[in-house]
Design a protein around this ligand. Structure first.
Ligand code: FAD
Length: 432
């Protein structure tokens, strides 16, 4: 059967652009659908150093070096009592240019990635919303086969386009997860975030100028990110339990101000600052899909899963999942095999990498646990922690740090990635 495209990618964020670039590089006929017009605001400004290697494959490094994005050398933690940990400098562990990464303005960064995908041969439609994915039942998998996408462009009537592979890169909207009931929330991470941009806030100097700060609130029931961006802007956001933050029923501005007042280490940093953006709110963002693929469909980036903003792993995992998925999809074309098993081969390694970061997330949220204290007690494992903060989650032996840590941190189990032969609830099939 003739199809309109080899691959249709829904979503032009970092994961969608990555998969589009690498599929186009392999000569596939690729269409990216992006419902907004870029540049558009997005949160997720602090990168992990391991993004370097994906940038290299995408041909993005020269553009990143030519950009005005702030260079990030380290992460530093500030405890509830205001005690500052030593900065975790990435290049101390690995003196290579990949160890210094960037704090990006997402509107510009995402546009650079999407333009790059177009330069590599992907067709890009902005203001083009995928309103549905077209599925049909299949006898070879319990989940249905994707055959195309319904697209609405501006005021035009919707059209249905067919593709061999539909890639869901819709971020938190998670189009396919919702449609096929694949979404599994992380059991104990019901968090919300309130965030905004500030101008004129305090900036450190030298190699600390671009450091991400993670500051715990006085009452230890929340934490702030403090991310220096270009043009004298600092991105400031608080993360805490949904009930505690949204349950206040107060305007977002008030919630953020009350939280800042509850973080003494932040107050002097913002003393001369002015808020220059609206206060944004996001909640319940920790989840993962039971599957990363089915027949003719693949999920990447946040459309597959998101952990927590704590270690700034989102963009790295979006890029990495895009890269792994693109290589797998290219192999599927080479073998003419678009089964769930073939398209899902990359999932277990990514899920393992996510699990490593997830354990660090749970460590941070464990009352009484402190990375500073842990490193003083187990100095030999400082290297492993820095490697994980860099995003080197696939390195053999990096998870050894969780042996001593598990005595101090309880990690609840999480839905394992489902075997593509797993049974599907009847209700899901009815929705198709
Ligand atoms: C509070 C918070 C703070 C964060 N901070 C960081 C951080 O500091 N560092 C970091 O690395 N990560 C961070 N993240 C995570 C990061 O934002 C995401 O992981 C990352 O943006 C995922 O990229 P993506 O391409 O998968 O999705 P997105 O970047 O969300 O892109 C999805 C795209 O799909 C489009 N789209 C959606 N639905 C449709 C549709 N139906 N049709 C067409 N297009 C569609 C959207 O318009 C969007 O452009 C944070 C997340 C949260 C919630």
């Amino acid at each position: 059967m003739k199809t309109d495209y080899d691959c249709i990618i829904i979503g032009g964020g970092p994961s969608g652009s990555t998969v589009a670039t690498l599929l186009a590089d392999a000569g596939r006929k690729v269409l990216v659908l992006e419902r907004t017009q870029f540049p558009r605001f997005h949160i997720g400004e602090s990168l992990m150093p391991e993004t370097y290697w994906v940038f290299k494959r995408l041909g993005m490094l020269p553009k990143m070096y030519a950009s005005h994005f702030v260079r990030k050398h380290s992460v530093q933690f500030v405890s509830a009592s205001g005690r500052e940990s030593q900065p975790f400098y990435f290049e101390d562990m690995n003196p290579h240019e990949c160890s210094v990464t960037w704090q990006v303005v997402r509107s510009e960064f995402d546009e650079m990635l999407l333009d790059n995908a177009a330069e590599h041969g992907a067709e890009v439609w902005e203001n083009a919303s995928a309103t549905d994915v077209v599925f049909e039942p299949t006898e070879t998998d319990d989940y249905p086969r994707a055959t195309g996408v319904v697209v609405k462009r501006g005021d035009q009537p919707p059209v249905t386009l067919s593709a061999k592979v539909v890639i869901d890169a819709t971020g938190l909207s998670s189009l396919i997860q919702r449609k096929l009931d694949l979404k599994r929330p992380d059991p104990n991470l019901h968090k919300a975030a309130y965030f905004a941009h500030y101008k004129g806030a305090q900036r450190d100097s030298g190699r600390d100028e671009g450091a991400t700060l993670v500051l715990t609130t006085k009452t230890s029931d929340g934490w702030f990110w403090y991310i220096p961006l270009p043009d004298d802007i600092i991105s400031v956001g608080v993360v805490g339990a949904i009930d505690r933050l949204t349950g206040r029923k107060a305007p977002p501005e008030q919630v953020l101000e009350e939280e800042i007042a509850n973080c003494p280490a932040l107050i002097p940093r913002l003393a001369n600052a002015t808020r220059v953006s609206q206060v944004h709110v996001l909640s319940d963002f920790s989840y993962r899909s039971k599957r990363c693929a089915g027949e003719g469909w693949v999920l990447v980036g946040d459309a597959f899963g998101f952990l927590d903003p704590m270690y700034s792993s989102g963009v790295f995992l979006a890029l990495k999942s895009g890269e792994l998925a693109a290589d797998t999809i290219n192999a599927a074309f080479d073998n003419n095999d678009f089964s769930a098993a073939a398209l899902g081969k990359w999932g277990p390694s990514l899920a393992d990498g996510m699990q490593s970061i997830r354990q660090l997330v749970y460590a941070f949220y464990t009352p009484g646990f402190s990375f500073g204290k842990f490193v003083r007690e187990f100095p030999n494992f400082k290297r492993n922690i820095v490697e994980l903060l860099i995003g080197d989650v696939f390195k053999p032996g990096v998870n050894d740090v969780f042996n001593p840590m598990q005595a101090q941190v309880k990690i609840p189990s999480f839905t394992p990635l489902e075997d593509p032969a797993g049974k599907v609830p009847a209700a899901v099939m009815q929705r198709v």
